[in-house]
Ligand binder design. Structure first.
Ligand code: HBI
Ligand code: FE
Length: 289
């Protein structure tokens, strides 16, 4: 599939083999870093209504399931009854943590993705799911990215973790370890859980933006919940189109930030010698929370 720079885009995203959904040419409006203007005028009344309904349903679910930082920052997303303009969110986000939301046509290859994060730019897909996809969509759309990811970027410590993750991702890409590091992203930024004094809560965007997974991740006795550990987490495979059967739990966002301080090269060397672990498996001696 053609891309702005003429390179052929790898069709593998995480583990989905399908070509990405989205218009990656936009008549030349997609730049070499895969960002493009948010095509706000292209949204239909149905698109705005889908966003309004998704926001209303998901926001009603949050008390007791979403972490305090997420609930405190959600109002900073701004309008709830239509798809926000990214530049309106950026006025508040940049003041809070010097991050900004940038529009992309959809999933982008790992190096441009890591590079945007390393520059405190969060790539937000600017199209929204169709009404018939209301309950589930595999690929990240504007609701998943805005509602799921952006409120957490208002937390200064978490915001620094995501930038450091991006910096580490560029190095991992050079070492051929992008897939291992992608698991750390998956089990923290996308599906991470945090232990608060008042109990377990979700901070991962994939959980927070999903109507069914929020209860499953935080309340269900089914999935395993293990303490976040770099090696264990980066050995653990994941599925992209079903609820997770393993979640990783942290005690604080400072713990996440400190975790990414050291150079991961020796970890990648050790990982290369250890077999992957399927999700939904406990190793001998491990116990689930
Ligand atoms: N592209 N737009 C977008 N959003 C993502 O979350 C994303 C991506 N490309 C790759 C990717 N995530 C993951 O494989 C990263 O862990 C690399
Ligand atoms: Fe996401």
């Amino acid at each position: 599939m053609e891309t702005p720079t003429g390179a052929v885009m790898p069709a593998v995203y995480g583990q989905s083999e399908r070509p990405p959904r989205g218009d990656y040419s936009r008549g030349g409006a997609v730049l070499a870093d895969y960002t493009c203007p948010q095509d706000w005028a292209s949204y239909t009344p149905a698109d705005h209504d889908t966003y309004r309904r998704l926001y209303e349903r998901q926001a009603a679910q949050l008390p007791g399931l979403a972490c305090d930082a997420f609930i405190a920052s959600l109002p900073s997303l701004g309008v709830k009854d239509r798809i926000p303009r990214f530049e309106e969110i950026n006025e508040r986000l940049y003041k809070a943590t010097r991050w900004e939301v940038v529009a992309v046509p959809g999933l982008i290859p790992e190096l441009p993705f890591f590079t945007l994060l390393a520059n405190r730019k969060f790539p937000v897909t600017d199209w929204i799911r169709k009404p018939e996809e209301f309950d589930y969509i595999v690929e990240p759309d504007v609701f998943h990215d805005l509602f799921g990811h952006v409120p957490m970027l208002f937390d200064p410590t978490f915001a620094d973790y995501v930038q450091r993750y991006g910096q580490g991702g560029i190095k991992a890409h050079e070492l051929g370890a992008g897939e291992k590091l992608a698991r750390l992203y998956w089990y923290t930024v996308e599906f991470g859980l945090i232990r608060q004094p008042d109990g377990l809560r979700a901070y991962g965007a994939g959980v927070l933006s999903s109507v069914g997974e929020l209860q499953h991740a935080v309340r269900s006795p089914e999935p395993y919940r293990l303490p976040l550990d770099l090696l264990r987490t980066m050995r653990t495979r994941y599925k992209i189109d079903s609820y997770q059967s393993t979640y990783f739990v942290i005690d604080s966002f400072a713990q996440l930030f400190e975790l990414t301080a050291p150079d991961f090269t020796p970890l990648y060397q050790e990982l290369a010698m250890q077999p992957d672990i399927e999700a939904g498996v406990l190793l001998p001696g491990e116990s689930t929370a």
